[in-house]
Ligand binder design. Structure first.
Ligand code: F6R
Length: 236
């Protein structure tokens, strides 16, 4: 696990965006694991710009998103919609090559990812409670894609995407920690101060079920991108 300290969220977006572009230039059939939320938005802007400038094509790329809400109150709240708005509509990825987990047969998602050849590069944000995907505290480190209740902390953090906390979904389907760990390379973004405690747990270097992201300590190729303010506060 390597920490990369950047001045701003945009600098993180530039670095990870360039990693994704370089990967797809080298391997046009790359398999990307993608996250939603605020953290990857600067990254997706860099990727979209590179496509618009003709530097890269995503026509043979496949994507597997980390998670999806169960029973979202309106279509615009789905993660599929989020990805379309913030990335897919701005690049030439084929809609049929974009995948999201489903509550019908969650475990099937692990088989689909494996059949596609496995994720080459997985993008992660991190929750204030240390979740990655929607693997909340005490999720087994070897878990597959599964349905999970969302903690109150996660619902409160995500209520900004809904009209009210009441409307914010209580459940989601998510890649498991074991699913995520199979990715060949992982980049995690922590670019706001609500993530300090979670990054502190990662810096402590000890796997702890209470902080799901600590599973990454065992990953052979994982980069943790943090802004300087988060890093300094987390070191204390
Ligand atoms: C989203 C996801 C979540 C978010 C996390 C941080 O697909 O898997 O783990 O990455 O909740 O969200 P933001 O970036 O909005 O702070």
């Amino acid at each position: 696990m390597k920490f990369i300290v950047c001045d701003t969220p945009n600098e993180i977006g530039e670095k990870i965006g360039q990693e994704i572009v370089a990967l797809v230039q080298k391997n046009p059939h790359a398999i990307l694991g993608l996250a939603t939320g605020s953290s990857p938005l600067p990254t997706y802007a860099v990727v979209a710009k590179a496509y618009q400038e003709g530097k890269v094509s995503f026509k043979d790329v496949k994507s597997f998103n980390l998670d999806e809400y169960l029973n979202p109150p309106f279509e615009e709240a789905t993660y599929r919609y989020f990805m379309k708005e913030n990335l897919f509509s701005k690049i030439d990825i084929r809609p049929e090559n974009t995948h999201f987990p489903s509550d019908k047969d969650p475990d099937e998602y692990d088989r689909e990812i494996a059949a596609a050849g496995g994720v080459d590069l997985q993008v992660l944000g991190i929750g204030r409670d240390g979740h990655i995907g929607f693997n909340e505290p005490n999720t087994p480190f070897d878990s597959h894609t599964h349905i999970t209740p969302l903690t109150e902390s996660t619902r409160e953090a995500n209520a900004r995407f809904f009209h009210s906390l009441e409307e914010t979904p209580h459940e989601a389907v998510t890649m498991g920690l074991g699913t995520i760990m199979k990715s060949r390379h992982i980049v995690l973004i922590a670019s706001d101060l609500t993530k300090v405690d979670a990054i502190h747990a990662l810096l402590a270097g000890k796997k702890d079920l209470a902080w799901p992201a600590t599973v990454l300590i065992d990953h052979p190729s994982c980069e943790i991108f943090v802004t300087k303010d988060v890093y300094e506060a987390a070191k204390k």
